[in-house]
Design a protein around this ligand. Structure first.
Ligand SMILES: [Zn+2]
Length: 247
């Protein structure tokens, strides 16, 4: 256990809530410490522009002082405020919805450099441009993969047979992929999913959507959204049951 009362880290502010009359209660995602919750006291002169320094989505370097169970913010230097992103309503809303997903996925005292880099890369992308539907799907898939909740989609869940171009693939309401021969093994609601959508999902789990130059048909994007959203719902429900205090 660390006994240093001061520590420094880089992080992205996820949430800023008023605490008392003058203080702020901050939720920060740090690559080394996961979720950090800290108080910024108005009496501590962080800077005269303290309000904007502590805006959600700012990437900052912080210094904290540990006082018993509490963390007090003692220094904050903004490294990137993602100004263009914040001047665009649509991009701000997208960034906030990504940060809500991040908030649900991080724990205190848990290093997660990979997820931090993913979130940082997406804030940079939003700051430069809007995200494509494919990139949004990629974010969700990579978040699930980081959490260990992205299954191997290259085979039938029941018989483990690998998909072929000609395979008929069903997706059930418990998020299992199922081949034609195994249909009797699931009693859940079923929907057919094209092989190309599964291939696309597998690609996004391992590569960046920006490198995908082929045209993606609308029905594949629709199916991809359906799959990723269902996995996300399942992941968060499961986590809510397993770890109710962290939300
Ligand atoms: Zn099967």
């Amino acid at each position: 256990m660390k006994n240093t009362r001061y520590f420094s880290t880089q992080g992205i502010i996820i949430r800023k809530q008023q605490s008392g009359e003058h203080d702020w209660f901050l939720t920060i995602f740090s690559p080394e410490h996961g979720r950090i919750q800290a108080i910024s006291r108005a009496s501590r002169k962080i800077t005269s522009h303290k309000g904007s320094h502590l805006d959600p989505l700012n990437l900052c370097s912080f210094q904290f002082y540990r006082n018993g169970e509490r963390l007090l913010l003692t220094e904050c230097k903004v490294e990137n405020a993602f100004i263009s992103l914040k001047s665009n309503l649509q991009q701000s809303l997208t960034a906030l919805s990504l940060s809500e997903l991040i908030l649900k996925s991080i724990n205190s005292d848990q290093e997660n450099l990979e997820l931090f880099q993913l979130f940082h890369r997406y804030l940079q992308l939003l700051n430069q441009n809007t995200l494509s539907s494919l990139q949004l799907a990629e974010f969700k898939i990579k978040l699930l993969r980081n959490a260990g909740s992205w299954p191997d989609l290259s085979l039938c869940f029941f018989c483990q047979k690998k998909w072929q171009d000609s395979s008929a693939i069903w997706f059930d309401s418990e998020s299992h992929l199922c081949c034609e021969e195994c249909l009797t093994l699931t009693h859940n609601q079923l929907e057919i999913i094209s092989f190309n959508s599964i291939k696309l999902a597998n690609f996004l789990a391992n590569y960046e959507a920006a490198n995908l130059t082929i045209h993606t048909p609308a029905n594949n994007l629709f199916e991809l959204d359906k799959i990723t959203d269902q996995f996300l719902r399942q992941y968060f429900q499961h986590d809510l049951k397993a770890n109710p205090l962290s939300y």
